[in-house]
Design a protein. Sequence first.
Lengths: 277, 232
Amino acid sequence: MEDIEHIEKEMKLIGADGRRLDGRRFDELRPIRIEAGVLRRADGSAYIEWGGNKVLAAVYGPREAHPRHLQDPARALVQCRYNMAPFSVSDRKRPGPDRRSVEISKVISEAFASVVFVEQFPRTSVDIFIEVLQADAGTRCAGLTAASVALADAGVPMRDLVTSCASGKIDGVVCLDLNKDEDNFGDADCPMAIVPRTGDVVLLQMDGHLTYDEFQKAMGLSIDATKRIYEQQRDALRRRYSVTLEDILKESPPAAAPVEPDEPSSPPEEDFGPEGI
Amino acid sequence: MQSSGALRPIVIPGEAVGGPGLKPGPGTYSEGGRVFAAQLGIRDEHEGLVSVIPLNGRYIPQRGDAVIGEVVDQGPSHWLVDIHSPYPAPLHATESPWRVEFGDTARYLKVGDVIMCHVLSVDEIKRVQLTMQEREARRLNGGMVIEISPTKVPRVIGKQGSMVSLIMDLTGCRIYVGQNGRIWLDGDDRSAAVAALAIRLIEERAQAVGLTEAVRELIAREQPRGRGPRPS
Protein backbone atom coordinates (compact mmCIF):
# COMPACT_ATOMS: atom_id res chain seq x y z
CA MET A 1 0.00 0.00 0.00
CA GLU A 2 1.33 3.38 -0.95
CA ASP A 3 1.84 6.06 1.59
CA ILE A 4 -0.72 8.68 0.60
CA GLU A 5 0.64 11.23 3.04
CA HIS A 6 3.98 10.98 1.36
CA ILE A 7 2.53 11.53 -2.12
CA GLU A 8 0.77 14.67 -1.02
CA LYS A 9 4.02 16.20 0.12
CA GLU A 10 5.60 15.41 -3.22
CA MET A 11 2.79 17.12 -5.10
CA LYS A 12 3.68 20.52 -6.49
CA LEU A 13 0.66 22.52 -7.60
CA ILE A 14 2.68 25.58 -8.53
CA GLY A 15 5.95 25.24 -10.40
CA ALA A 16 9.14 27.18 -9.83
CA ASP A 17 8.18 29.57 -12.63
CA GLY A 18 4.98 30.49 -10.77
CA ARG A 19 2.79 28.63 -13.24
CA ARG A 20 0.13 26.17 -12.21
CA LEU A 21 -0.41 22.60 -13.42
CA ASP A 22 -2.32 23.76 -16.47
CA GLY A 23 0.11 26.57 -17.20
CA ARG A 24 -1.95 29.42 -15.79
CA ARG A 25 -0.65 32.19 -13.58
CA PHE A 26 -2.25 32.78 -10.17
CA ASP A 27 -4.68 35.39 -11.52
CA GLU A 28 -5.69 33.69 -14.75
CA LEU A 29 -9.09 32.21 -15.53
CA ARG A 30 -9.68 29.04 -17.46
CA PRO A 31 -11.10 29.64 -20.94
CA ILE A 32 -14.82 30.43 -20.83
CA ARG A 33 -17.35 30.13 -23.63
CA ILE A 34 -20.99 31.04 -23.12
CA GLU A 35 -23.86 30.53 -25.52
CA ALA A 36 -27.38 31.83 -24.91
CA GLY A 37 -30.66 30.43 -26.15
CA VAL A 38 -29.65 26.83 -26.78
CA LEU A 39 -32.92 25.13 -25.79
CA ARG A 40 -36.17 25.57 -27.69
CA ARG A 41 -38.67 24.45 -25.05
CA ALA A 42 -37.31 26.54 -22.18
CA ASP A 43 -38.24 30.22 -21.83
CA GLY A 44 -34.54 31.01 -21.54
CA SER A 45 -31.41 28.93 -21.65
CA ALA A 46 -27.65 29.07 -21.75
CA TYR A 47 -24.71 26.73 -22.10
CA ILE A 48 -21.31 27.39 -20.62
CA GLU A 49 -17.95 25.75 -21.04
CA TRP A 50 -15.60 26.86 -18.33
CA GLY A 51 -12.33 24.98 -18.53
CA GLY A 52 -13.38 21.36 -18.15
CA ASN A 53 -16.86 22.26 -16.91
CA LYS A 54 -19.81 21.87 -19.22
CA VAL A 55 -23.04 23.20 -17.76
CA LEU A 56 -26.50 23.73 -19.21
CA ALA A 57 -28.98 26.14 -17.63
CA ALA A 58 -32.68 26.50 -18.39
CA VAL A 59 -35.17 28.99 -17.01
CA TYR A 60 -38.97 28.81 -16.95
CA GLY A 61 -41.31 31.49 -15.80
CA PRO A 62 -42.56 33.46 -14.15
CA ARG A 63 -45.17 30.70 -14.05
CA GLU A 64 -47.83 29.51 -11.66
CA ALA A 65 -46.13 28.21 -8.51
CA HIS A 66 -46.79 24.60 -7.68
CA PRO A 67 -47.55 23.24 -5.12
CA ARG A 68 -50.04 26.01 -4.40
CA HIS A 69 -49.19 26.36 -0.70
CA LEU A 70 -45.73 27.60 -1.67
CA GLN A 71 -47.16 30.62 -3.48
CA ASP A 72 -46.34 33.94 -1.88
CA PRO A 73 -49.03 36.60 -2.40
CA ALA A 74 -46.40 39.33 -2.22
CA ARG A 75 -43.62 38.08 -4.45
CA ALA A 76 -42.38 35.45 -6.87
CA LEU A 77 -40.43 32.45 -5.69
CA VAL A 78 -37.07 31.82 -7.23
CA GLN A 79 -36.53 28.11 -7.29
CA CYS A 80 -33.40 26.43 -8.47
CA ARG A 81 -32.37 22.88 -9.11
CA TYR A 82 -28.70 22.14 -9.44
CA ASN A 83 -28.13 18.64 -10.68
CA MET A 84 -25.07 16.70 -11.71
CA ALA A 85 -25.32 14.11 -14.44
CA PRO A 86 -24.17 10.62 -13.40
CA PHE A 87 -21.44 10.84 -16.02
CA SER A 88 -20.24 14.31 -15.04
CA VAL A 89 -17.52 13.08 -12.71
CA SER A 90 -14.87 10.37 -12.99
CA ASP A 91 -16.66 7.99 -10.61
CA ARG A 92 -20.32 7.57 -11.45
CA LYS A 93 -22.38 10.04 -9.46
CA ARG A 94 -25.42 8.45 -7.91
CA PRO A 95 -28.33 10.25 -9.58
CA GLY A 96 -30.74 12.38 -7.61
CA PRO A 97 -30.46 15.19 -5.11
CA ASP A 98 -27.94 14.78 -2.33
CA ARG A 99 -26.76 16.99 0.52
CA ARG A 100 -24.37 18.88 -1.69
CA SER A 101 -26.72 19.60 -4.58
CA VAL A 102 -29.56 20.63 -2.26
CA GLU A 103 -27.23 23.13 -0.63
CA ILE A 104 -25.99 24.50 -3.93
CA SER A 105 -29.55 24.82 -5.23
CA LYS A 106 -30.47 26.79 -2.12
CA VAL A 107 -27.60 29.26 -2.26
CA ILE A 108 -28.01 29.81 -6.00
CA SER A 109 -31.75 30.45 -5.73
CA GLU A 110 -31.09 32.93 -2.94
CA ALA A 111 -28.45 34.68 -5.03
CA PHE A 112 -30.96 35.16 -7.85
CA ALA A 113 -33.84 36.11 -5.55
CA SER A 114 -31.88 39.24 -4.67
CA VAL A 115 -31.59 40.47 -8.25
CA VAL A 116 -34.88 39.40 -9.83
CA PHE A 117 -37.76 41.85 -9.40
CA VAL A 118 -39.76 39.28 -7.47
CA GLU A 119 -42.38 41.76 -6.29
CA GLN A 120 -43.56 42.29 -9.88
CA PHE A 121 -44.86 38.73 -10.14
CA PRO A 122 -46.76 37.79 -7.00
CA ARG A 123 -47.85 34.16 -6.58
CA THR A 124 -45.58 32.88 -9.33
CA SER A 125 -42.29 31.06 -9.44
CA VAL A 126 -39.23 31.45 -11.58
CA ASP A 127 -37.67 28.05 -12.03
CA ILE A 128 -33.99 27.67 -12.79
CA PHE A 129 -32.52 24.34 -13.79
CA ILE A 130 -28.78 23.83 -13.80
CA GLU A 131 -27.52 20.59 -15.27
CA VAL A 132 -23.85 19.80 -14.89
CA LEU A 133 -22.80 17.62 -17.81
CA GLN A 134 -19.11 17.56 -17.03
CA ALA A 135 -17.53 18.73 -13.81
CA ASP A 136 -14.04 20.04 -13.25
CA ALA A 137 -14.31 22.14 -10.05
CA GLY A 138 -16.20 25.40 -9.90
CA THR A 139 -19.46 24.02 -11.26
CA ARG A 140 -21.60 26.18 -9.00
CA CYS A 141 -19.91 29.29 -10.34
CA ALA A 142 -20.26 28.08 -13.91
CA GLY A 143 -23.88 27.12 -13.27
CA LEU A 144 -24.70 30.45 -11.71
CA THR A 145 -23.03 32.38 -14.50
CA ALA A 146 -24.95 30.38 -17.13
CA ALA A 147 -28.25 30.60 -15.24
CA SER A 148 -27.95 34.36 -15.09
CA VAL A 149 -27.60 34.50 -18.88
CA ALA A 150 -30.58 32.14 -19.18
CA LEU A 151 -32.67 34.39 -16.91
CA ALA A 152 -31.95 37.43 -19.07
CA ASP A 153 -32.69 35.34 -22.17
CA ALA A 154 -36.07 34.42 -20.67
CA GLY A 155 -36.90 38.11 -20.34
CA VAL A 156 -37.19 37.96 -16.56
CA PRO A 157 -36.87 41.50 -15.14
CA MET A 158 -33.76 41.73 -13.01
CA ARG A 159 -31.47 44.42 -11.60
CA ASP A 160 -28.34 43.07 -13.23
CA LEU A 161 -26.74 39.84 -14.34
CA VAL A 162 -25.07 37.85 -11.59
CA THR A 163 -21.50 36.86 -12.20
CA SER A 164 -19.64 34.27 -10.26
CA CYS A 165 -16.08 33.08 -9.80
CA ALA A 166 -14.06 31.16 -7.23
CA SER A 167 -10.63 31.77 -5.76
CA GLY A 168 -8.67 29.57 -3.43
CA LYS A 169 -5.32 28.76 -1.97
CA ILE A 170 -2.98 26.18 -3.40
CA ASP A 171 0.52 25.51 -2.05
CA GLY A 172 0.00 28.51 0.22
CA VAL A 173 -0.60 30.86 -2.73
CA VAL A 174 -3.94 32.59 -3.30
CA CYS A 175 -5.08 31.73 -6.83
CA LEU A 176 -8.04 32.39 -9.05
CA ASP A 177 -10.44 29.76 -10.41
CA LEU A 178 -9.14 26.43 -9.14
CA ASN A 179 -9.41 23.36 -11.35
CA LYS A 180 -10.15 19.81 -10.21
CA ASP A 181 -6.65 18.92 -9.02
CA GLU A 182 -6.09 22.25 -7.36
CA ASP A 183 -9.45 21.97 -5.63
CA ASN A 184 -8.79 18.42 -4.43
CA PHE A 185 -5.23 18.92 -3.27
CA GLY A 186 -5.27 22.63 -2.49
CA ASP A 187 -5.79 24.31 0.86
CA ALA A 188 -8.97 26.33 0.35
CA ASP A 189 -11.66 27.17 -2.18
CA CYS A 190 -13.90 30.22 -1.95
CA PRO A 191 -16.66 30.62 -4.54
CA MET A 192 -18.47 33.94 -4.70
CA ALA A 193 -21.08 35.64 -6.82
CA ILE A 194 -21.43 39.37 -7.24
CA VAL A 195 -23.74 41.82 -8.93
CA PRO A 196 -21.19 43.64 -11.08
CA ARG A 197 -22.96 46.98 -11.34
CA THR A 198 -23.25 47.55 -7.60
CA GLY A 199 -20.60 45.16 -6.33
CA ASP A 200 -23.10 43.44 -4.03
CA VAL A 201 -22.02 39.98 -2.94
CA VAL A 202 -24.92 37.55 -3.36
CA LEU A 203 -23.11 34.27 -2.73
CA LEU A 204 -20.07 33.59 -0.62
CA GLN A 205 -18.90 30.22 0.55
CA MET A 206 -15.61 28.81 1.72
CA ASP A 207 -14.15 25.37 1.95
CA GLY A 208 -10.89 25.19 3.90
CA HIS A 209 -9.16 28.00 5.70
CA LEU A 210 -7.94 31.41 4.61
CA THR A 211 -6.45 34.08 6.85
CA TYR A 212 -8.04 37.53 6.75
CA ASP A 213 -5.37 38.84 4.37
CA GLU A 214 -5.60 35.80 2.13
CA PHE A 215 -9.36 36.17 2.05
CA GLN A 216 -9.08 39.83 1.08
CA LYS A 217 -6.73 38.87 -1.73
CA ALA A 218 -9.04 36.07 -2.91
CA MET A 219 -11.99 38.49 -2.95
CA GLY A 220 -9.97 40.96 -4.96
CA LEU A 221 -9.02 38.30 -7.51
CA SER A 222 -12.61 37.10 -7.84
CA ILE A 223 -14.06 40.59 -8.19
CA ASP A 224 -11.53 41.41 -10.90
CA ALA A 225 -12.35 38.19 -12.73
CA THR A 226 -16.10 38.70 -12.56
CA LYS A 227 -15.68 41.89 -14.57
CA ARG A 228 -14.18 39.85 -17.39
CA ILE A 229 -16.82 37.14 -17.11
CA TYR A 230 -19.58 39.78 -17.04
CA GLU A 231 -18.44 41.01 -20.45
CA GLN A 232 -18.60 37.46 -21.79
CA GLN A 233 -22.13 37.03 -20.45
CA ARG A 234 -23.25 40.25 -22.10
CA ASP A 235 -21.52 39.25 -25.28
CA ALA A 236 -23.34 35.89 -25.32
CA LEU A 237 -26.68 37.66 -25.04
CA ARG A 238 -25.80 40.19 -27.73
CA ARG A 239 -24.73 37.39 -30.06
CA ARG A 240 -27.94 35.49 -29.41
CA TYR A 241 -30.14 38.43 -30.35
CA SER A 242 -28.05 39.79 -33.16
CA VAL A 243 -28.13 36.47 -35.00
CA THR A 244 -31.46 37.40 -36.50
CA LEU A 245 -30.23 40.90 -37.23
CA GLU A 246 -27.10 39.64 -38.94
CA ASP A 247 -29.16 37.18 -40.92
CA ILE A 248 -31.32 39.99 -42.14
CA LEU A 249 -28.30 42.01 -43.19
CA LYS A 250 -26.85 38.99 -44.95
CA GLU A 251 -30.13 38.40 -46.68
CA SER A 252 -30.60 41.92 -47.89
CA PRO A 253 -28.42 41.55 -51.05
CA PRO A 254 -30.33 38.46 -52.26
CA ALA A 255 -33.58 40.22 -51.42
CA ALA A 256 -32.69 42.83 -54.01
CA ALA A 257 -31.95 40.16 -56.61
CA PRO A 258 -34.87 38.86 -58.68
CA VAL A 259 -34.44 35.14 -57.92
CA GLU A 260 -36.24 33.61 -54.92
CA PRO A 261 -35.76 36.61 -52.69
CA ASP A 262 -36.88 35.05 -49.43
CA GLU A 263 -35.47 31.56 -49.84
CA PRO A 264 -33.47 31.54 -46.59
CA SER A 265 -36.64 32.17 -44.63
CA SER A 266 -38.15 28.83 -45.60
CA PRO A 267 -36.12 26.41 -43.44
CA PRO A 268 -37.65 27.66 -40.15
CA GLU A 269 -40.87 26.09 -41.36
CA GLU A 270 -39.51 22.65 -40.52
CA ASP A 271 -37.91 23.90 -37.34
CA PHE A 272 -41.16 24.38 -35.53
CA GLY A 273 -41.70 20.68 -35.19
CA PRO A 274 -45.02 18.91 -35.18
CA GLU A 275 -46.84 21.38 -32.92
CA GLY A 276 -45.46 24.55 -34.56
CA ILE A 277 -48.03 25.35 -37.18
CA MET B 1 -38.86 50.18 -35.87
CA GLN B 2 -39.66 49.60 -39.46
CA SER B 3 -39.61 53.29 -40.21
CA SER B 4 -36.53 54.07 -38.15
CA GLY B 5 -34.35 52.22 -40.65
CA ALA B 6 -31.28 51.30 -38.63
CA LEU B 7 -31.49 48.43 -36.18
CA ARG B 8 -31.37 49.51 -32.59
CA PRO B 9 -28.82 47.87 -30.33
CA ILE B 10 -30.15 45.65 -27.59
CA VAL B 11 -29.72 46.47 -23.92
CA ILE B 12 -28.97 43.93 -21.22
CA PRO B 13 -30.29 43.97 -17.64
CA GLY B 14 -28.16 46.29 -15.52
CA GLU B 15 -27.12 48.46 -18.45
CA ALA B 16 -27.51 52.21 -17.96
CA VAL B 17 -30.19 53.52 -20.31
CA GLY B 18 -30.65 57.04 -19.07
CA GLY B 19 -29.20 59.67 -16.76
CA PRO B 20 -30.86 62.12 -14.41
CA GLY B 21 -33.92 63.93 -15.72
CA LEU B 22 -35.32 60.90 -17.48
CA LYS B 23 -38.19 58.94 -16.04
CA PRO B 24 -38.01 55.14 -15.81
CA GLY B 25 -40.69 53.47 -17.92
CA PRO B 26 -41.63 49.82 -18.38
CA GLY B 27 -38.69 47.42 -18.42
CA THR B 28 -36.43 49.78 -16.48
CA TYR B 29 -35.69 50.81 -12.91
CA SER B 30 -34.01 53.80 -11.38
CA GLU B 31 -31.34 53.86 -8.75
CA GLY B 32 -29.41 56.88 -7.56
CA GLY B 33 -31.05 59.13 -10.15
CA ARG B 34 -29.97 56.96 -13.07
CA VAL B 35 -32.09 54.61 -15.11
CA PHE B 36 -31.07 51.02 -15.82
CA ALA B 37 -32.52 48.29 -17.99
CA ALA B 38 -34.38 45.58 -16.09
CA GLN B 39 -34.99 43.39 -19.09
CA LEU B 40 -33.26 42.29 -22.21
CA GLY B 41 -34.71 44.39 -24.99
CA ILE B 42 -34.55 47.46 -27.13
CA ARG B 43 -34.18 50.92 -25.61
CA ASP B 44 -36.91 53.39 -26.36
CA GLU B 45 -37.11 57.04 -25.33
CA HIS B 46 -40.27 59.04 -25.55
CA GLU B 47 -40.91 62.47 -24.05
CA GLY B 48 -38.44 62.00 -21.21
CA LEU B 49 -39.61 58.48 -20.47
CA VAL B 50 -37.11 55.71 -21.05
CA SER B 51 -38.41 52.21 -21.50
CA VAL B 52 -37.08 48.87 -22.65
CA ILE B 53 -39.19 46.93 -25.12
CA PRO B 54 -38.60 43.34 -24.08
CA LEU B 55 -37.58 40.71 -26.62
CA ASN B 56 -38.89 37.86 -24.53
CA GLY B 57 -41.10 37.25 -21.55
CA ARG B 58 -44.39 36.01 -20.24
CA TYR B 59 -47.78 37.61 -20.73
CA ILE B 60 -48.83 39.56 -17.65
CA PRO B 61 -52.54 40.40 -17.87
CA GLN B 62 -53.61 44.03 -17.92
CA ARG B 63 -57.09 45.46 -17.63
CA GLY B 64 -58.84 45.78 -20.95
CA ASP B 65 -56.57 43.40 -22.91
CA ALA B 66 -58.27 41.29 -25.53
CA VAL B 67 -57.08 37.74 -25.01
CA ILE B 68 -57.71 34.31 -26.46
CA GLY B 69 -58.22 31.70 -23.79
CA GLU B 70 -58.94 28.04 -23.50
CA VAL B 71 -61.50 26.80 -20.98
CA VAL B 72 -59.68 24.41 -18.67
CA ASP B 73 -62.21 23.91 -15.87
CA GLN B 74 -65.79 24.75 -15.02
CA GLY B 75 -67.60 25.41 -11.78
CA PRO B 76 -71.32 25.89 -11.09
CA SER B 77 -71.10 29.61 -11.82
CA HIS B 78 -67.77 30.17 -13.53
CA TRP B 79 -65.23 28.80 -15.95
CA LEU B 80 -61.51 28.73 -15.46
CA VAL B 81 -59.69 29.95 -18.54
CA ASP B 82 -56.07 29.45 -19.47
CA ILE B 83 -54.87 32.74 -20.95
CA HIS B 84 -51.23 31.72 -21.37
CA SER B 85 -50.08 33.74 -18.35
CA PRO B 86 -48.74 32.74 -14.93
CA TYR B 87 -52.13 33.46 -13.40
CA PRO B 88 -55.35 31.44 -13.59
CA ALA B 89 -58.20 33.53 -15.00
CA PRO B 90 -61.80 32.85 -14.00
CA LEU B 91 -64.71 33.94 -16.16
CA HIS B 92 -67.82 34.37 -14.03
CA ALA B 93 -71.17 33.31 -15.48
CA THR B 94 -72.53 36.83 -15.04
CA GLU B 95 -69.72 38.12 -17.26
CA SER B 96 -70.69 35.80 -20.08
CA PRO B 97 -72.99 36.97 -22.88
CA TRP B 98 -75.58 34.32 -21.93
CA ARG B 99 -78.09 33.96 -19.12
CA VAL B 100 -76.55 31.04 -17.29
CA GLU B 101 -78.52 29.17 -14.64
CA PHE B 102 -76.53 28.14 -11.57
CA GLY B 103 -74.92 24.79 -12.32
CA ASP B 104 -75.65 25.03 -16.02
CA THR B 105 -72.29 26.39 -17.19
CA ALA B 106 -71.47 23.32 -19.29
CA ARG B 107 -74.31 24.13 -21.69
CA TYR B 108 -72.50 27.25 -22.90
CA LEU B 109 -68.78 26.53 -22.65
CA LYS B 110 -67.05 23.20 -22.21
CA VAL B 111 -63.55 22.33 -21.20
CA GLY B 112 -61.40 22.70 -24.30
CA ASP B 113 -63.45 25.47 -25.89
CA VAL B 114 -61.54 28.49 -27.08
CA ILE B 115 -62.90 31.94 -26.38
CA MET B 116 -62.08 35.49 -27.28
CA CYS B 117 -62.55 37.58 -24.14
CA HIS B 118 -61.26 40.62 -22.30
CA VAL B 119 -59.49 41.15 -19.01
CA LEU B 120 -62.07 42.74 -16.70
CA SER B 121 -59.79 43.45 -13.77
CA VAL B 122 -56.39 42.68 -12.31
CA ASP B 123 -55.77 43.47 -8.65
CA GLU B 124 -52.50 44.10 -6.82
CA ILE B 125 -51.87 40.43 -6.18
CA LYS B 126 -52.62 39.76 -9.84
CA ARG B 127 -55.98 38.10 -9.39
CA VAL B 128 -57.47 38.20 -12.84
CA GLN B 129 -61.11 38.33 -13.90
CA LEU B 130 -62.31 37.95 -17.44
CA THR B 131 -65.35 39.27 -19.21
CA MET B 132 -67.18 38.40 -22.39
CA GLN B 133 -69.45 41.45 -22.31
CA GLU B 134 -67.52 43.24 -25.05
CA ARG B 135 -68.89 43.25 -28.56
CA GLU B 136 -66.09 41.18 -30.13
CA ALA B 137 -66.04 38.56 -27.36
CA ARG B 138 -67.23 35.16 -28.52
CA ARG B 139 -66.65 31.46 -28.53
CA LEU B 140 -64.31 30.56 -31.38
CA ASN B 141 -65.55 27.64 -33.41
CA GLY B 142 -63.29 25.87 -35.88
CA GLY B 143 -60.04 27.37 -37.09
CA MET B 144 -56.81 26.95 -35.22
CA VAL B 145 -54.84 28.70 -32.52
CA ILE B 146 -51.14 29.40 -32.73
CA GLU B 147 -49.00 30.78 -29.96
CA ILE B 148 -46.32 33.40 -30.33
CA SER B 149 -44.24 35.30 -27.82
CA PRO B 150 -46.50 37.97 -26.24
CA THR B 151 -43.75 40.55 -26.76
CA LYS B 152 -44.14 40.17 -30.53
CA VAL B 153 -47.89 40.84 -30.55
CA PRO B 154 -47.58 44.56 -31.42
CA ARG B 155 -45.55 43.64 -34.52
CA VAL B 156 -48.14 41.11 -35.66
CA ILE B 157 -50.89 43.68 -35.25
CA GLY B 158 -48.87 46.47 -36.83
CA LYS B 159 -49.64 50.16 -36.80
CA GLN B 160 -53.42 50.54 -36.44
CA GLY B 161 -53.73 46.86 -37.26
CA SER B 162 -52.00 47.27 -40.63
CA MET B 163 -50.03 44.02 -40.49
CA VAL B 164 -52.88 41.76 -39.43
CA SER B 165 -55.25 43.28 -41.98
CA LEU B 166 -52.61 42.79 -44.66
CA ILE B 167 -52.44 39.08 -43.85
CA MET B 168 -56.24 38.85 -43.71
CA ASP B 169 -56.60 40.57 -47.09
CA LEU B 170 -53.94 38.49 -48.82
CA THR B 171 -54.91 35.10 -47.45
CA GLY B 172 -58.64 35.57 -46.95
CA CYS B 173 -58.39 34.17 -43.42
CA ARG B 174 -60.24 35.42 -40.39
CA ILE B 175 -57.74 36.26 -37.69
CA TYR B 176 -58.03 37.32 -34.06
CA VAL B 177 -54.89 38.36 -32.24
CA GLY B 178 -54.94 38.18 -28.45
CA GLN B 179 -52.61 40.35 -26.38
CA ASN B 180 -51.52 37.13 -24.68
CA GLY B 181 -49.74 35.89 -27.80
CA ARG B 182 -52.46 33.52 -28.95
CA ILE B 183 -53.71 33.97 -32.48
CA TRP B 184 -56.82 32.35 -33.86
CA LEU B 185 -56.92 31.70 -37.59
CA ASP B 186 -59.75 30.47 -39.71
CA GLY B 187 -59.81 29.89 -43.43
CA ASP B 188 -59.28 27.02 -45.83
CA ASP B 189 -56.36 24.75 -44.94
CA ARG B 190 -53.91 26.21 -47.41
CA SER B 191 -54.50 29.88 -46.62
CA ALA B 192 -54.54 29.25 -42.89
CA ALA B 193 -51.18 27.52 -43.22
CA VAL B 194 -49.82 30.44 -45.24
CA ALA B 195 -51.14 32.93 -42.69
CA ALA B 196 -49.56 30.93 -39.88
CA LEU B 197 -46.28 30.93 -41.78
CA ALA B 198 -46.49 34.69 -42.22
CA ILE B 199 -47.08 35.15 -38.48
CA ARG B 200 -44.10 32.93 -37.71
CA LEU B 201 -42.02 35.10 -40.02
CA ILE B 202 -43.11 38.22 -38.15
CA GLU B 203 -42.34 36.63 -34.80
CA GLU B 204 -38.90 35.61 -35.91
CA ARG B 205 -38.01 38.90 -37.57
CA ALA B 206 -39.80 41.26 -35.24
CA GLN B 207 -36.96 43.78 -35.38
CA ALA B 208 -36.43 43.53 -39.12
CA VAL B 209 -36.60 46.43 -41.49
CA GLY B 210 -39.15 46.09 -44.27
CA LEU B 211 -41.15 43.40 -42.51
CA THR B 212 -44.35 44.25 -44.35
CA GLU B 213 -42.68 43.63 -47.71
CA ALA B 214 -41.19 40.33 -46.52
CA VAL B 215 -44.64 39.20 -45.40
CA ARG B 216 -46.22 40.25 -48.68
CA GLU B 217 -43.58 38.32 -50.64
CA LEU B 218 -43.91 35.23 -48.49
CA ILE B 219 -47.66 35.11 -48.95
CA ALA B 220 -47.40 35.75 -52.67
CA ARG B 221 -44.96 32.88 -53.02
CA GLU B 222 -46.83 30.40 -50.85
CA GLN B 223 -50.32 31.23 -52.04
CA PRO B 224 -51.68 28.55 -54.40
CA ARG B 225 -51.65 29.60 -58.04
CA GLY B 226 -54.84 30.58 -59.78
CA ARG B 227 -56.50 32.00 -56.72
CA GLY B 228 -56.17 35.68 -56.04
CA PRO B 229 -56.64 37.30 -52.72
CA ARG B 230 -60.17 37.33 -51.45
CA PRO B 231 -61.75 40.11 -49.47
CA SER B 232 -62.04 39.12 -45.85
